[in-house]
Ligand binder design. Structure first.
Ligand code: NAD
Length: 338
């Protein structure tokens, strides 16, 4: 039976990935998570399955991580554990470097110890080699686009925030282990995810929560910044497809071709809520939208060209933005409207 390590499995994408893997694979899954403020404690403590083991631990503890790899002999790794909120990285960048850079290094080195006896020269068989280490990264490593163009796998890295710089650094470390040691690792760089179990601090949960509580709905700057949105289970399916089918040493961009301005997201969510539960005073929820001081260094536009993953691995998202956001609003409506 495969032994699958998911780091950050109590977070937004990790918890959705674990559900996806339990439904679509036969391996045993180990959820390694430190349970930071961003973790979903309900998922970590109350989601049980006979093929799932929860391990509370810190990827920054090198000796612990090395022992864990030796003890469990993982042969597939999905690495998602990270500090993930850009605003926090502006306030407190240090923990982003510790977790996203040093933590990734500890995992790579533990995998290297377990899987590779000696540093060796690139072998022809390397690309099909099992086990596999999948590093889950972001399109933010590419920096900001103007109105035209898309990020491809060859776009030069130009991160703007401490968060994206820490993720860019970790991507470079992963590729250094591929090239130097022949570690069978792959990187995915995905656009913004949305869906159930995202932390309250992120844009879509904020809009829904503030709308329902009657508070101002804060939108940075003029609201015209563009993000490319992907429903979380489509991302999970892409991760599984890449880990199982891609050649080691590859990188793939993952995106849903859903470019939307932040202000349009807020208006769209408000209009769904207007139907689900109209405001008592008859006003639309959009009346609560309030522009606030822009985030420093705020990237203008992200947009992914997903043709490589579509062509090489025949991956396509199942959700449209319209279907995905409806499910998402329904999920948070239950969470926030008790
Ligand atoms: P999240 O913040 O919701 O979850 C991160 C999880 O990692 C949490 O459960 C947290 O407890 C855990 N964690 C943090 N530090 C840890 C440590 N030192 N040791 C062990 N566990 C630790 O993040 P997310 O949105 O689910 O993102 C997961 C990954 O996907 C991240 O690497 C992120 O960069 C990447 N990503 C996210 C998005 C997105 O839109 N959310 C898009 C592209 C890529």
């Amino acid at each position: 039976m495969h032994k699958i390590l998911v780091t950050g499995g109590a977070g937004f994408i990790g918890s959705n990935l674990i559900e996806y893997l339990l439904n679509n694979t036969t391996g045993h899954i180990y959820n390694l998570d430190k349970l930071t403020y961003a973790a979903d404690l309900d998922f970590a403590h109350n989601y049980h399955h006979d093929r799932l083991t929860f391990i509370k631990g810190d990827i920054c503890n090198a000796a612990f991580i090395n022992d864990l790899f030796q003890q469990h002999q993982f042969n597939k790794v999905y690495h998602l554990a990270a500090e993930s909120h850009v605003d926090n990285s502006i306030e407190n960048p240090q923990v982003f470097i510790e977790t996203n850079v040093n933590g990734t290094f500890n995992l790579l080195h533990a995998a290297y110890h377990l899987w590779m006896e000696q540093p060796h020269i690139f072998k022809p068989s390397f690309q099909n080699m099992q086990p596999r280490f999948l590093h889950i990264s972001t399109d933010e490593v590419y920096g900001s686009l103007k109105d035209e163009g898309f990020f491809t796998e060859t776009t030069p890295y130009a991160p703007s925030s401490p968060y994206s710089a820490s993720k860019a650094s970790s991507d470079h470390l992963v590729m250094s282990y591929v090239h130097t040691y022949g570690l069978p690792a792959i990187i995915t760089n995905c656009s913004n995810n949305y869906g159930p179990r995202q932390h309250d601090e992120k844009l879509i949960p904020v809009v829904i929560r503030k709308a329902l509580s009657g508070e101002p709905i804060p939108i940075y700057g003029d609201g015209k910044n563009v993000r490319d949105w992907l429903y979380v289970t489509d991302h999970c399916q892409a991760l599984h497809t890449v880990l199982e089918n891609a050649s080691a040493g590859e990188n793939y961009n993952v995106g849903g071709k859903n470019e939307i301005r932040n202000i349009d997201i807020a208006n769209h969510i408000c209009s769904i809520l207007d139907e689900v539960q109209p405001r008592k005073d008859g006003q639309p929820y959009a009346a609560q939208i309030t522009y606030v001081k822009d985030r420093p260094g705020h990237d203008y536009r992200y947009a992914i060209d997903p043709s490589k993953i579509e062509k090489d691995l025949q991956w396509q998202p199942a959700e449209t933005f319209k279907s995905g956001i409806k499910k998402t609003v329904e999920w948070y409506f239950k969470k926030y409207n008790l």
